[in-house]
Every structure is written in C-alpha cells, then in structure tokens.
Write a protein that binds this ligand. Structure first.
Ligand SMILES: C[S@@+](CC[C@H](N)C(=O)[O-])C[C@H]1O[C@@H](n2cnc3c(N)ncnc32)[C@H](O)[C@@H]1O
Length: 378
C-alpha cells in the first residue's frame, strides 16, 4: 500500500505537477451550485495554471458551460520549458495537427484556451468549441498578460502550484476576485492567510474535511526513483496520495451556515469518553481560555475564549462563533500570551513564548498543537 505524502513533499519533489481528479472538482463545485444555482451565471471564469490536455478543470467547466450559464471560460497553461521538471514531453496531436502549431513556441510559450459560443454548430457549447492560441509569454500567472485575464474574469478557479500558494492567493486577492483554489490545511496559519479567515473574507470549501486525496501524475513525469512508495497506479494511471488538502474560497456555500450541534460543558464532562476523569475543562496557564482538543467537545454554553484545532475551520459557522486569533508564529505574542516561566523548560523542552501551554494532571507543562482561539457569537 502506498504511503501518504503531504504537500511539503510535493514541494521537495519540485514538480508541482499533481492534477486534480474530475470527481473532486465536481463534488466541490456542485456544493456552490446547490447553495446558489446562479452562482456562475453570466460570469467569466479563469482557470490559470491549468493544462486542458491534463487538467480536469477545463473539461469540467467546458462540459457544464451551458448548465452553469457561463459567459466565458478562459484557461491558461504554463510552458513546458518553464516547468521545474525536465521531461521527454511531446506535444499532443491536438496541438501538432492544428494549423497554429509551431515547434518552437510549443515548448516556450504558454497557451490560452477560450470558450464562448458554439463554433462547430453542434447545437451546444462544449469542450469541442474551445479555441486556443499561444500566449506571448510562458503563461506564468504573475505575467502581465495572465494578470490582464485575471482582471477580465469574475472568478478564478484552479489547483495552483503548491510551492507558490502564498503568491497565488495574494495575486487573486490583489485583483479583488472571487476564487476557489486548492491548498494545504497548514496554509490557514500563514500570516498572509489567517487574517483573511479571521475576518470572514475567505473560508474553507465544504467537500474535503479530512483524509487524503489522490492527484494524477502525468505519465511523462512519473519517475520511480522520485515518486517511489507514494505512487499509486489505478488502471494504468499514476496517482499520488496527498494528505491535508483543502479548498479555499470566498464563494458562499451552505455548509458554513449550518451551526455545529454541541452539548453543554456539564454534559460533555459527564458523557464524553474523551474527557473521562476530568472534573473541568483544562485552562491554559498563559491565556484566559480553555483547551478543547476536539471540535465535538466545544461546550455550547461557554461564553469565554476557547482554543480549538485548525480542523474547527471545516465546521466553522460565522453566525455561531467569532475567531479571535491563532497561536502560530508571532501571532500568539500579538494576542498577549504571557511568556512561560523559564524553570518549566526543564519539564518540557518544547515550550515557546507566544504559544499556549497548560499544566497536565501530572504537573507537566504541555504545549498543544496549533490552536485557533474562538468565542461564541453573542
Ligand atoms: C498542482 S498543478 C495543478 C494543475 C491543474 N490546475 C489541476 O489541478 O489539474 C499546478 C500547475 O501549475 C503550473 N505552474 C507552475 N508554476 C507556475 C507559474 N508560475 N505560473 C503558472 N503556472 C504554473 C504547473 O506546471 C502545473 O501544471
């Protein structure tokens, strides 16, 4: 059985070439349609960092062009010569048999694909009506020409290169666009990302809340020595299993308006096995808040501050809770977390200023993993 890898490993592999499965795109996008059937109506969607020869994003949106009522679909791909990996890649017949085909451009230029109307008179607008040409440059999302496409679009959707997630999100938010993109759950703590989550300007998508996802690896990239045990082959197609994947978005969906069903503090202490033996919830030593290591243990009747794991955001309903802050990096210091007394270091070497700690039943200081501080909305 292949082992999971995380997006950090993807970064190390320096390939960024993991392609999203059609079913994963469909499940996520359908949730927005369910909440608002007109969410994409009359809109121009840009799919940057894509490649219709491999990517399912273009296929999915081209196939649903009419159903979603799109005005225009644009997707751009990144030139093979600019990618981080070296390969014996060959252009497809789709490209070589087209009068536009140019041997040199094929390697160094990005491509743009657009869909607006029924060009082949089939009676419907679909993937066969996609038109393409070479871009002036290599299709880098940061280039002026792709940025102009961003500005033309209403919504940006893609799985961007993992190693450029911060830059990609900044590029979208700078354009003030609606978006739906894939990233790692750890991106929540990034100083560029967390304030946007805290202020309800971005949130997590509904369809992935745990476990791993399989991403396709193009055949020409597959290299046993590089991918090794993480590689999974299904019906001849190579996949990699990636844990901690999430959708990030600022498009509204129904799940985020469903409050968590919670029990009172007393009932949790009485009935939940995870709190067995405890008379009360653990209180942090350096911040006025209680430690709640599992989302299900959040007490429904507690009005003070609560420290919860990052996975809380999979269930976060802004009508139910407010987010106060996080305790990663320097954020804890900004929140006013008191420094830990130096003598405690003897008992736990991992203590750090700016991070929460509590004293366990054996008198040992414990530092919980990354926490988000929340409070019940009054
Ligand atoms: C994680 S893959 C995802 C591809 C596709 N969006 C999908 O999900 O199926 C990211 C893609 O971005 C491309 N890429 C890497 N750096 C880029 C850049 N600076 N600008 C545009 N695309 C880039 C990679 O070559 C790769 O094709």
């Amino acid at each position: 059985m292949a082992k999971n890898a995380n997006l950090g490993a993807a970064k190390n592999a320096k390939n960024d070439e993991f392609y999203t499965q059609y079913a994963d795109i469909q499940k996520e996008v359908n949730a927005y349609i369910e909440y608002n059937p007109d969410v994409f109506r009359g809109k121009t969607i840009l799919l940057p960092c894509d490649d219709p020869e491999w990517s399912n994003f273009t296929k999915f949106f081209a196939q649903n062009f009419e159903f979603f009522g799109l005005k225009k679909l644009i997707s751009t791909s990144y030139a093979i010569e600019s990618k981080k990996y070296k390969t014996d890649w060959q252009p497809t017949l789709f490209e070589t048999e087209n009068p536009l085909y140019n041997v040199e451009k094929s390697r160094i230029k990005g491509k743009i694909f657009t869909l607006t109307h029924d060009i082949n008179n089939s009676g419907r607008i679909d993937i066969d009506d996609l038109q393409w040409s070479y871009l002036e440059g290599d299709g880098d999302f940061r280039s002026a020409e792709v940025t102009a496409l961003r500005d033309e679009a209403d919504i940006i959707i893609t799985n961007p290169p993992f190693s450029l997630f911060r830059e990609f999100l900044a590029w979208i938010t700078e354009g003030g666009k609606q978006f739906l993109i894939i990233g790692n759950i750890n991106a929540i703590s990034y100083k560029e990302v967390f304030p946007l989550i805290r202020d309800n300007m971005i949130w997590l998508g509904p369809s992935i809340t745990s476990g791993d996802r399989l991403f396709m690896i193009p055949d020409d990239l597959y290299n046993e020595s590089k991918v090794g045990a993480r590689d999974i082959i299904i019906e001849g197609q190579h996949y990699i299993s990636v844990v901690g994947v999430r959708w990030y978005t600022n498009i509204d969906h129904g799940r985020r308006h469903e409050p968590l069903q919670l029990m009172s503090m007393a009932d949790n202490l009485k009935y939940n096995k995870k709190l067995k033996g405890l008379q009360r919830y653990i209180q942090y030593e350096n911040y006025d808040a209680i430690e709640v290591p599992f989302v299900e243990l959040i007490p429904s009747d507690y009005n003070g501050t609560i420290g919860v794991p990052l996975s809380f955001l999979d269930k976060y309903c802004p009508e139910q809770f407010v987010i106060i802050g996080q305790t990663q990096g320097d954020s804890g210091k900004e929140l006013g977390l008191a420094p830990y007394p130096r003598e405690l270091k003897k008992l736990n070497k991992s203590l750090r200023d700016g991070q929460l700690y509590y004293i366990d039943e054996d008198g040992i200081p414990q530092k919980p993993y990354a926490r988000i501080l929340i409070r019940k909305k009054q």
